[in-house]
Design a protein around this ligand. Sequence first.
Ligand code: SAM
Length: 287
Amino acid sequence: MELPAAYLARMRAQLGAEGYAAYLAAMALAPRRALRVNTLKSAPEELSQLLGAPLARCEGAADGFFLPEGVQPGRHPAHLAGLFYMQEPSAQTPAQLLDVRPGEAALDLCAAPGGKAGQLAAALQNDGLLVANEVSPARAAVLRRTLERLGARCAVVTAMRPDALCAALPGAFDAVLVDAPCSGEGMFRREAQAVRDWSEAAVAACAARQRAILDSAAAALRPGGRLVYSTCTFSPEENEETVAHFLRAHPDFSPVTMRRLYPHTSPGEGQFAALLVRGGGGAAQAV
Ligand code: SAM
């Protein structure tokens, strides 16, 4: 796979010589497939028995395990029954950071195909409310099927524009996840199309769209509520700069923590996630 020269130059500047070499070495390896045990329906020991193989835990992903060699997940009855969901480990970080608890009302604003929404329903233990929204009706249909398969009885699926949805439900949620559409730099090892689609202009366009989506999300959160903004890309424009833009426009929000995962620093493909609180006094802390 040949990565765009402009992208590589950005990464070299961003990571420094040592980090860049480690990143390139990680990118030369085949990605390992991983799953999340759906704790609404199963447990690691049971799933291991059903798959007929021991499950190796993914560091940093609470319910994440590497897919055992030889298992064809899509055809396995345990997959059809919703006992697990194929999800790379770093993609579990945003929902973990949001830390929803049973009884809460949560909103997943950009939810299809439903990996993180399923995780939020599991964290709620089906006790509370999950509004899983996806602007594209076709993708919302996929989201609905995912949540049905996973047994997410606390979930309602909507297909609205983020600004319209959040304006209609002011202050309604304890927790909001904005897992924004992005330039997908963290997908490069797995999706050749993401590499082909990448350009400086695409990064700028994604950043503008992200700022608008995140801006909408503010209204839906109750005072004291938690907001996680996440992407699977590495450009600062789409990550720290989007968060900084949001904080300038919404001084009632405070940053609590920001995480940047790369394929050379943690299991999986890479992720950015920032936790903000509305009306809180948390100090920013890079982890
Ligand atoms: N959270 C999902 C998961 O874990 O499975 C992945 C979400 S994906 C990164 C971003 C989603 O945002 C896509 O489903 C895409 O259709 C949607 N999207 C694209 N443009 C959007 C927009 N302008 N407003 C809101 N959502 C948008």
